[in-house]
Ligand binder design. Sequence first.
Ligand code: SF4
Length: 530
Amino acid sequence: MTKIICTTLLVEKSPQALPLGAACVASAIKHYPGTEKECEVKLISFSREDEEIAALKSDEQKADFIAGRLLKEKPQIICMSVFVWNRTIFELCAERLHKHNIIIIAGGPEITAHPDVFENTFDYTVTGEGETKVPRLIESIIFQKPYTPETFPKSLDLKDIPSPYLDGTIDPTEFCGALWELARGCPFKCSYCYESKGEKTVRLFPEERIDKELELFARKKVPQVFVLDPTYNANKQRALALLKKIARVTPDTFYYFEARAEFIDREMAKAFTKIPCALQIGLQSADENVLKKVNRPFNKKLFIKNIGILNQEGVTFGLDLIYGLPGESFASFREGINFAASLYPNNLEIFCLSVLPGTDLFDRAEELNLTFEKRPPYNIIKTDKFSPEDKIKAQALASACSYFYNDGRAVPWFMTICHVLKTKPAAFFEQFYEFAKKNNIKLDCCEHKLIEENQLKFITFLCRQKHLDRYTSAATDIIRFNGAISRKTATGKSEKIKLTYPPEYIDSQYALDLDFFVKNVKPRPSTVTI
Ligand code: SF4
């Protein structure tokens, strides 16, 4: 028996970080007729946030730890899933494992992007989808058969791939959630994405497999599922049919979808309201010329209209923005934040551009005047319109937004407060960042009660600074009331809060316009149990 370990180092400990790629390969090896009787396959995953790993300071120490743990299994072959965030540690790990004559096969996005770079690091590198190539490579190693990857089809037929959930290779209850692969490929070609050089086709997993996996999630009472399909709603009929099934089979599971705003209509929005779910929508920039440079068609009017439908129907959604895109200045990035926040997203995720090897953007970096880190995570350093100083300011904005808006669950009241304070969202976050620095507020803390106290301190300070103290009490009530409701929803724990204004008005449409509220609602202090 040849002992094989499939492994990866996950970026974080969360239900969204599952070793799915490594599990797919492990499952494929188990089911491959040429090796199934010859191999014992085990999936072992690590996370950068595992206590033992996080406590180690250097990458060398982390590699020592991971190699030590893998060696205890006495494997002959180790298959590593290599990503931007684990590449350096796995390179060091391979050095250590080679001393024990272990054969190392590496695959994953980092290997696919530039396999030549790793020729001397790993024994074998496998590019693209590994489910056929890795089992055949292992067969060739065990039986000394020729291995001819060039004869394999460019992309796999998804009906031939076993499900790592259905054969028990990975148990979603261990991770408190599942990554659910519905399709591979994307009809778009955004320049910064690995799909930019893909085939522009979408391959769907067979309906039978999807149904069985859904039933498994129901049996195992999986609390949350992250759907892996970059444009879930591009095929309307398929999306609607699956939403119906989800509502029937797993009514209590929370789903996360990635969606394209241009394909949203009223019927689709209504269907999303039938299950507990949230959509994440890539905006990336609000500047059409910037988006054109990264091959992302953008119709601003349509975007606003369709996001409006989500708001009218009460669908929870978040938006993504990227700083450092070619052609984007710091001023236009700030405008992107103002535009995105004005659409009332539940969360606004702001990322630094990564110029990933294997993408169209990487190939055109020189022509577009992009300077970026040559090692993972390949972050942008500067462009001809975005200086290193701009990057520092953008990072500050991103952390202030993440703390105040996302972790602070500010969507119900944020825009009305900006409105009465006569400030725009980006300027608001910049001021909050400075305030946090002066008051030693740690922006990486996500305890909501503490964030709420800091939100109240900052808003009280701004009202005083602008001689708008007449709004302070109402703003405080609205923030406290919504904060307590969101905590009650999350934890089930009741809270008593003191209010200056009547709760029935705080919990009404009037609270969406703070100026109107203060002019028309009379204070009536009370204590309310949420
Ligand atoms: S960023 Fe999303 S939409 Fe664009 S090519 Fe990649 S997967 Fe497709």
